[in-house]
Design a protein around this ligand. Structure first.
Ligand code: ANZ
Ligand code: ZN
Length: 811
């Protein structure tokens, strides 16, 4: 590294000054132009900050700094998601207690994050393990319970044999535990659920938000809305055959099987029915006796042991029930099978098999049904079937809408989380803990290892479990499960807005002012977990009149994953890149920029050393250009010749302005779209041009050009830019300067501005670069698609960000 540029001297000095000046803080109550720049708060793992954090936080911070320069009051908080299985598993692994480990890990994270030089508002840190925080997590649960949105029910649920807890469907990835990657099993137990399914249709409405396409797609697939029909298939009552006897005893004369299909047009092609192994009819059949019942019992046992993924995608596995039904369209007899590719939790838990149209049905039929034809009772029963269908005039069915989404299972049989605030009393039943008794504190417990018995280790603490009933005062027992840590994170962005208050979970006035979040930067893995849960909780709280904002995030963008040698970083592979070493060697500015320069922000990128060294050379050149006499040396003043200047432009000085203007425009547009890598490429071109022989500038032009470079570089390399700005004689902090406006003194120069209505892009207007705000807002409101989007609603205000965007905010 060039001796001149010394980040180790510059960075701590500016960090200390910014901290002393409380630079990251905003006045939440009086900010004139609020912009909430949210990034997913980390769980403070024992391993410390990951290079991926530097990438995602670096990118999000760059955007926040840019918005601040565009005149917004940017709120950019940070906190710690320190409860949960991940923190607890880590503690178990290294033989420590999460209660001791968490504050240490948090302190280390805080320190590392400070070294990044991100403009966080440290005065509003949240920590989900703080009783002042989880008191309100519990309070939210109580509100949901009172509203019928939280319920206790028995269900077949996903069980991780390694984490020894149940998990929500969202936390089972391709049949494996989201936390530890162990193959999941299933259990039938009583658990707490949140009624997210009631919000399925609202969660599918993306008209008010501007989300990354990938998030919308994943949420749509996960919620899985299907329009179809439920069709009734009569089950034949056939006497006289051994295998059917056992069925006769459980079937009523009107027995029928209800199937769900999205293709009612294919009913004539249905050649068999298949029930999920957990279907109630199967359960009934297994309770009778005889060889058929034995076969069924054996099969159901086997199906239970099979992983969900295998059931869905592996070799089909089934067994004949001994029963036959009638195809209502053709009158044909169709055998009823049990097949484990049929899910109990979807549709009616029963399907009609249409081998001619459905690939899975075809595979199943190929394996069983066709070869099983001989086994089926024929002739005499067939006549009965004909007679039976003769008695009915048409197919019995009704249109239905089905969702793949299941209710959110939030019970965890673990220690490190907020206890679910419920009390069970023999006399009074299930009761929420009264609000004035919250929080239910997580009691200290040395032996916190999950037991695997299906109850939380909290059940071993008598003083915790035994309590007084809040209604009758009699002896009662506490719920001992803790809640999913995705409930902690489903509302943290509300808590940031009221951290100084312990009497309320959030402040509705501030929520109204700051939400929806202007930009949320998050990981793709959260699309069907955190992002979905946070939307659901916000909608539920809104419906209960507890918050004024229904959709929490106006704009949601994903960041890619940083890999090493093409593979996800993991300790076991030994390919984890620790950012500390790079920050120690090259400084935070270089490390942040090198990561952002790897590729598009929303795509995965492979980390390499060369990029860091290259970025260090680039910032070294910027230093040389702006901070040294040699770099500042004035070139021949008589012949200004800018290769970036269109020939048509008149005098040399205005050409320079125009040349700068095109750079400013480029960097601005790239930043606006979070294309950090191409913005950095533009900065490199600009710096190279300034250093090159083509740029023969007057002293004043040279100084302006350098100041512009530093002004554009500041969101990316906040320390270096601050230092150079000062050395170039700039006033105040560069981070308080207005963003350079991409306009020349050429009044004919028109620019294009995107117009958003409530954060959603609706139209573009062409306008003179130097037009004033009133002209710009009038033009924006007159744009056809904007008028269409406003329709009959009232406009609350029009926000013009010069040179960048117009945002129309509706009432
Ligand atoms: C007959 C049929 C013919 C079907 C055809 C599809 C294509 P989506 O679109 O995902 O909602 N199905 C219904 N319930 C099921 C369950 N519990 N487990 C497994 N599969 C189930 O899928 C709906 C289709 O998936 C339904 O329509 C049904 O098969 C199957 F050419 O009925 B179909
Ligand atoms: Zn009681």
């Amino acid at each position: 590294m060039k001796a001149g540029y010394n980040p180790h001297e510059i960075e701590p000095r500016w960090q200390a000054r910014w901290a002393a000046a409380r630079r990251g803080q905003v006045d939440l109550d009086h900010a004139a132009r609020p912009f909430y720049n949210l990034m997913e708060f980390p769980y403070p793992s024992g391993e410390g900050l990951h290079v991926g954090h530097v990438f995602s936080f670096g990118g999000a911070d760059t955007y926040g700094r840019f918005m601040r320069r565009c005149g917004y009051d940017v709120f950019q908080p940070i906190g710690f998601d320190a409860f949960g299985i991940h923190s607890e598993n880590y503690a178990l692994k290294i033989g420590a207690h999460p209660h001791d480990l968490t504050p240490k890990a948090t302190a280390r994270f805080r320190e590392q994050l400070r070294h990044l030089g991100a403009a966080f508002d440290w005065s509003r840190e949240v920590d989900t393990t703080d009783p002042h925080y989880y008191r309100w997590t519990q309070w939210i649960f109580v509100q949901l319970y009172k509203a019928g949105l939280a319920y206790h029910a028995e269900a077949t649920v996903n069980w991780c044999p390694s984490c020894k807890t149940v998990l929500a469907n969202e936390q089972v990835l391709a049949g494996h535990c989201e936390r530890c990657d162990t193959p999941m099993t299933q259990r039938r137990t009583t658990q707490w659920f949140l009624r997210i399914t009631r919000y399925a249709d609202r969660l599918l409405d993306f008209s008010q938000v501007d989300f990354a396409e990938a998030v919308i797609k994943r949420q749509q697939t996960w919620i899985g809305r299907s329009e179809g029909a439920e069709i009734e298939f009569r089950v034949l009552r056939t006497e006289g055959r051994v295998e059917i006897d056992h069925a006769a005893s459980v079937l009523s004369p009107q027995s029928s099987v209800l199937v769900f299909t999205t293709r009612p047009d294919t009913i004539p092609g249905a050649t068999f029915l298949a029930l999920a192994p957990e279907h109630p009819l199967v359960e009934q059949l297994t309770q009778s006796s005889g060889p058929q019942a034995d076969a069924l019992r054996g099969y159901v046992e086997r199906a239970r042991g099979r992983l969900e993924l295998e059931r869905q995608q592996g070799e089909p596995d089934g067994v004949f029930t001994g029963l036959t039904a009638v195809n209502p369209a053709t009158g044909a007899r169709v055998p009823i099978w049990v097949a484990d590719y049929v899910l109990a939790s979807y549709g009616t838990g029963a399907i009609m098999g249409v081998p001619a149209h459905d690939e899975r049905d075809a595979r199943f039929a190929a394996k069983y049904v066709l070869s099983a034809t001989d086994d089926r009772p024929s002739t005499t029963d067939h006549q009965e079937a004909e007679a039976d269908i003769g008695r009915r005039s048409s197919v019995v069915g009704r249109p239905v809408v089905r969702y793949r989404l299941r209710d959110w299972l939030i019970s965890r049989q673990r220690y490190w989380g907020p206890p679910i605030p419920i009390v069970y009393c023999d006399r009074c039943g299930t009761l929420p803990v009264p609000e004035d008794q919250l929080p239910v504190l997580l009691p200290p417990l040395e032996r916190f290892r999950p037991t695997g018995s299906g109850v939380s280790p909290l059940a071993t603490i008598d003083e915790f479990v035994n309590t007084a009933c809040p209604a009758c005062g009699g002896p009662a027992r506490r719920e001992t499960d803790v809640s999913d840590n995705f409930l902690d994170s489903a509302w943290y962005f509300l808590r940031y807005l009221a951290t100084e208050r312990h009497d309320v979970p959030w402040d509705s006035e501030r929520v109204r002012k700051w939400l929806p979040v202007g930009l949320y930067t998050g990981g793709p893995e959260h699309a069907t977990m955190h992002h979905l849960y946070a939307r659901f909780i916000s909608m539920a709280l809104y419906d209960l009149g507890l918050t004024p904002v229904e959709e929490p995030f106006a704009r949601l963008r994903l960041h890619g994953t940083i890999t090493k040698d093409g593979r996800k970083m993991s300790k076991s592979r030994g390919n984890v890149v620790n950012p500390d070493a790079y920050i120690a060697r090259y400084g935070a500015d270089v490390t942040r920029m090198a990561l952002l320069f790897l590729g598009p922000f929303d795509e995965d990128a492979d980390f390499n050393d060369r990029g860091v060294a290259g970025m260090a050379r680039f910032l070294g050149r910027v230093w040389e250009l702006c901070a040294t006499d040699q770099g500042r040396k004035t070139k021949d003043e008589s012949s200004v010749d800018l290769h970036a200047t269109p020939a048509a432009i008149g005098d040399q000085s205005s050409s320079l302005v125009f040349g700068l203007s095109s750079f400013v425009k480029r960097v601005t547009e790239e930043l606006e779209q979070q294309r950090y890598h191409t913005a950095i490429a533009a900065l490199m071109e600009y710096a190279n041009w300034l250093r090159g022989p083509g740029a023969r500038l007057t002293a004043k032009e040279g100084a302006d050009a350098r100041r512009t470079l530093v002004a554009l570089l500041a969101p990316f390399a906040p320390h270096l830019a601050e230092e150079l700005w000062q050395r170039l004689g700039g006033a105040g902090s560069i981070h308080n300067q207005p963003w350079p406006v991409a306009a020349a003194n050429d009044t004919d120069l028109t620019i294009e501005l995107p117009v958003q209505v409530d954060g959603r892009l609706r139209d573009r207007i062409s306008i003179m670069a130097l037009a004033d705000e009133a002209t710009i807002s009038a033009a924006a409101l007159a744009a056809p698609k904007v008028r269409e989007a406003i329709a009959n609603r009232a406009v609350r205000r029009v926000v013009v960000v010069p040179g960048r965007v117009v945002n129309v905010v509706l009432e």
